[in-house]
Design a protein around this ligand. Structure first.
Ligand code: GAR
Length: 191
């Protein structure tokens, strides 16, 4: 039986699309059943539509105070959750319901440059401001604190002297595209 995956994303969704593409021909291993999004204007919704994957939009309040998200996940028989550019904290009730079944990608080498407010370009700004020589990606299990669950995988890339937020973000994104789908695949194969 394939593992049923839900992708949670908040914005552009380039990683989400890369994951959708990766699993397109792997229906025996896993299927992306739904893309969950907390922003009705996010481009990820168009990307999901291109792959014929249903989308569900919800608010922070709905996620925290109602059963909408959990009921949707149950409706699609979701076994595994991928946070792919998802900018909200996962409520404790969901972490408890999906123990070791929620993974997140972070665009830096945790435990550095994680925590509240550290998302997207803010992370790259902080890495550049600190004069780091190296950055990278971290794929980790999600818990109810930001960026602090057990680490599954890290990969590094150099930070160049002339880097801007844009050039560093691009380099980090390339690492994400290269590794996130296969780390997800290896992880769900062990379920
Ligand atoms: C990615 O770089 C991801 O690592 C980061 O947001 C970007 C989303 O890009 N996630 C976080 O910062 C989570 N704290 P995308 O929407 O094009 O995939």
């Amino acid at each position: 039986m394939p593992v049923n995956i839900a992708i949670f994303a908040s914005g552009n969704g380039s990683n989400a699309e890369n994951i959708l593409k990766h699993f397109e021909g792997k229906g025996d291993v896993a299927k992306i059943r739904v893309v969950m999004c907390n922003n009705a204007k996010a481009y990820v919704l168009e990307r999901a539509a291109k792959y014929g994957v249903p989308t569900v939009v919800f608010s922070k309040k709905e996620m925290e105070e109602s059963e909408k998200v959990e009921e949707t996940l149950e409706g699609y028989g979701i076994d595994f959750i991928v946070l792919s550019g998802f900018m909200l904290k996962i409520p404790e009730k969901m972490v408890r319901k999906y123990p070791n079944r929620i993974v997140n990608i972070h665009p830096a080498l945790l435990p550095k440059y994680g925590g509240k407010g550290m998302y997207g370009d803010h992370v790259h700004e902080a890495v550049l401001a600190a004069g780091e020589k190296e950055s990278g990606i971290t794929i980790h299990y999600a818990n109810e604190q930001y960026d602090s669950g057990d680490i599954l995988f890290q990969a590094t890339c150099p930070v160049e002297k002339e880097d801007t937020v844009e050039t560093l973000a691009q380099r980090v994104h390339q690492l994400e595209y290269a590794h996130f789908p296969s780390v997800i695949e290896e992880t769900v194969k062990k379920l």
